[in-house]
Structure formats: C-alpha cells, structure tokens
Design a protein around this ligand. Structure first.
Ligand SMILES: [Zn+2]
Length: 199
C-alpha cells in the first residue's frame, strides 16, 4: 500500500509554485484541520474536473452546457471580436467595461522555442468561428500581451486573418512592453483598447 500522505504531497508538489516543502506543510496543515475541509476540497476538485469545459465558441471556461454566458449574451456587439491569450487577460479586459463585443481565448501564445505552434493554441477554432457562427464580425482586436511571444502571435494572426477582409487591430502600448495585461491598471488597459491601431 502506498503512503497516502506521501502521495498527496507528491500530487500537490506538481502544481506551479509549490515545491515539496510547501506541499508537505500544506498537507500537515490540512491534517490539523477538521476533516470536513479535506472532503470539501476533494469535492470541489472533482466538481471542477467534471463540469468545467471550454465554451465551444470562444474557448472561455464555463460550467454551463453549451455556450458560455458571454457568448449567450444577446446585448453584446457581434461585429467586434477581441482575441486574448488567457482567461485572466479576458477578465482584465472585461473589467475595463470598454469591450462590448465578443471574445476568443487562445489559451497561450506562439512560442517556437518552447514548441508552442499554432496547433497548440486555439487558432483553428478562431478561423472556424469567423467562417461560420461569427460571420457578423467586422473587426478583430488582437489583445495578446505586448511581449515577444504576444507580438509574434498577433503578427501571425494578422496574416491568417488578412484573406478574410476584416479590419484587424492591435491594442496600443501604454501597456508596458514585456508586461502582463493582468497587472496593467484599468485606465491603462482601457486606453490601450480605445487607442488600438489597424494592422
Ligand atoms: Zn463563449
């Protein structure tokens, strides 16, 4: 029989930012608490694993059947599509209140050195939706981060989108180069959106 404590320490230490020492500390902390906390954590993990999936249209994560709340919202502007690298970036842009259109989440940026090519992020899904459900889109805003990989991704997407005859724009900097969209303050991010330039 395997040691349940060692197994849990091993599983936790696979998470980012958690080494074996931190994992051990967490497990011993849990063991000192009411066992109900561990059951609740285990239940939440199973619930997330079983119910959360990518929205078939925009690739945001959601726990509902079919499209997510953003895609299902009829008041949104169908002509505007904002492409972001991550769920966290989508949340940061949504929090500005400036973006009334739709989103597409790539779940990453192109990074040839790390072996991340177009197949590893949701590029095909983007092109597919623009050719089917989302024919009303007239402008695609590329809101990938202002990092080397984010710029390379925006450039790649602008070339892929060119044959579709859409207006393709890039968020303005103001967001620091090499920076993180989630760390930009709301005003900076909202200016970056409104001052976007056509590619
Ligand atoms: Zn969606």
């Amino acid at each position: 029989m395997s040691d349940p404590i060692r197994t849990l320490v091993h599983q936790l230490s696979r998470l980012p930012g958690i080494g074996e020492r931190t994992a051990t500390r967490l497990v011993h902390h849990l063991l000192r608490q009411d066992r109900a906390l561990m059951h609740a954590l285990a239940h939440s993990l199973v619930d997330v694993a079983e119910r959360v999936h990518e929205c078939p249209r925009c690739c945001l994560l959601c726990a509902t059947e079919g499209p997510c709340a953003v895609c299902a919202d009829l008041r949104r502007d169908d002509t505007l599509l904002c492409v972001v690298a991550s769920i966290q970036d989508q949340a940061a842009i949504e929090a500005t209140g400036e973006m009334r259109g739709r989103y597409h989440v790539l779940h990453g940026t192109l990074s040839p050195l790390d072996g991340v090519g177009p197949e590893e992020i949701r590029v095909q899904q983007l092109l597919a939706r623009l050719g089917s459900d989302d024919r009303a889109v007239t402008e695609v805003i590329l809101a990938t981060p202002p990092s080397v990989d984010g710029e390379a991704t925006a450039l790649y997407l602008s070339r892929q989108l060119a044959p579709l005859g859409l207006k393709v724009s890039r968020i303005a900097s103001g967001v620091p180069v090499g920076g993180d969209l989630q760390l930009a303050d709301r005003l900076t991010l909202s200016r970056a959106l409104s001052l976007r330039r056509v590619l």
